[in-house]
Design a protein around this ligand. Structure first.
Ligand code: NIG
Ligand code: FE
Length: 416
């Protein structure tokens, strides 16, 4: 029996495979056919070898195909907004001053605690649809605006419902250690204990998250507190990641590397001493240029050093109401070039292959390669750089999820 029976052959596309084994930028292949079967990529083969292979043929008419984009750092589930705080920041009040005055993350926590499940779901579904419209097929979503057992659970259940109902591939993260809630004001160690002894194990029992995150910063938690959390996660076999060195050099990245962290995120103020540890642990550096831009930061992450050490660079939106109210992965890609000096090929790897690795999906997502998940986007452009060169127009033609052309919220809808 021909093993390719039941396959779909995607013909006449330009394939940006992002396969590092292929030479040249983007692992670009022309004159090749992408073959999918059910939810997987079965093969990528030269056109002449595909003659005679049975299966449905879909003519891409010269369109560009990329792996589905992966936004590996978002805070997508929250209520309220912080537009009024932004007005204050424009008048010179700093992010830290707003936080100290009870604004910042705490003000979003207040609004999110008041919101019920249905309202949060509706808000979040709309945001996710905007991401999908730009070719995103996988999104990491953090909790972190609940800061107590019931409210963190509510947010994670919203994330679970989004995963079940929208057809989007979602990686949920527990970020209970985002900020010290007002009930624990002045007692951050007690709150870390509450997370380690209660919130983490309780919500783990429900299978509500894949990884644990912490905001390691002067206005949030220190490295001793982070280490306590990483130890508690390690006991339960849960991967860790962290918001590190966003505003100051806390040493969080070096610590995280010792715990084999999936990713160290922000890292504008990362010091050279952490690089070897990160290199050894294989931790991905997640760059968040839109937060840098919206906060009017000037201190850039040490991109050249990260390159020298061969640390994989990912790029994400950091979508959140305080530091990055931008639902656009394409804008983040543009800003990674303009603000941080990444090359176009680095940026595309940053939202595909490397972002997959940052979510523990490096062997299944982020490349057009046999055995990988058939998640890809089809674009009306000729060159990959056009995906983030011109914004305001959207060149996305189709998103394919699990081998099927998918409209947001209709995961089994198939067209040709
Ligand atoms: O990634 N740095 C901490 N967390 C978010 C900001 C969250 C907020 O301000 O609401 C970030 O920038
Ligand atoms: Fe963040």
């Amino acid at each position: 029996m021909n093993t390719l029976t039941g396959s779909t052959l995607w013909i006449n596309g330009i394939l940006a495979t992002m396969d590092p084994a292929l030479r040249g930028d983007y692992g670009l292949l022309t004159n090749h056919v992408l073959i999918t079967r059910e939810e997987s990529i079965q093969a990528v083969i030269p056109r002449e070898e595909a003659t005679g292979i049975p299966g449905e043929r879909i003519d891409l008419r010269g369109a560009l195909v990329t792996p589905g984009f992966i936004d590996c750092h978002t805070h997508l589930v929250f209520a309220g907004n912080r537009a009024a705080e932004w007005e204050q920041r424009l008048r010179g009040v700093s992010y830290e001053e707003l936080a100290a005055a009870g604004g910042g993350i705490q003000s979003t926590v207040n609004a999110t605690r008041e919101a019920d499940f249905e309202y949060l779901y509706k808000l979040s579904e709309g945001r996710l649809a905007a991401m999908a419209a730009e070719g995103v097929t996988t999104v990491e979503i953090k909790s972190g605006y609940g800061l107590d057992l019931d409210n963190e659970r509510k947010i994670l259940r919203v994330i679970r419902a989004l995963r079940e109902k929208t057809g989007m591939d979602i990686s949920p993260t527990l970020l209970a250690a985002h900020s010290v809630p007002r009930e624990f004001s002045g007692r951050p160690d007690d709150y870390i204990d509450e997370i380690c002894l209660r919130i983490l194990p309780e919500l783990r029992k429900e299978g509500l998250f894949e990884a644990v995150d912490i905001f390691c910063e002067t206005i949030a938690f220190n490295t001793e507190q982070a280490e306590k959390l990483f130890k508690a996660a390690a006991v339960l076999g849960i991967p860790v990641k962290a918001h590190n060195e966003q505003r100051s050099n806390t040493g969080g990245s070096a610590l995280l590397a010792r715990y084999g962290g999936w990713s160290t995120d922000h890292i504008e103020h990362l010091g050279g001493e952490a690089l070897q540890a990160l290199e050894k642990s294989g931790t991905v550096a997640v760059l968040l240029p839109l937060a840098f831009w919206f906060l009017g930061d000037t201190h850039r992450p040490p991109v050249s050093l990260l390159r020298q050490h061969g640390i994989p660079l990912a790029v994400a939106t950091d979508y959140n109401p305080g530091t990055s109210p931008f639902l656009s992965i394409r804008l983040a890609m543009n800003a990674a070039c303009t603000c941080f000096g990444l090359t176009a090929a680095e940026v595309l790897a940053g939202v595909t292959r490397h972002a997959a690795r940052a979510l523990g999906r490096g062997r299944t997502h982020g490349q057009l390669k046999a055995g990988y998940r058939a998640n890809f986007s089809i674009w009306a452009v000729e060159r990959p750089v056009e995906l983030f060169y011109e914004l305001g127009l959207n060149p996305l033609l189709h998103r394919v999820i699990n081998g099927r052309i998918s409209r947001f919220g209709q995961k089994t809808d198939k067209e040709s």
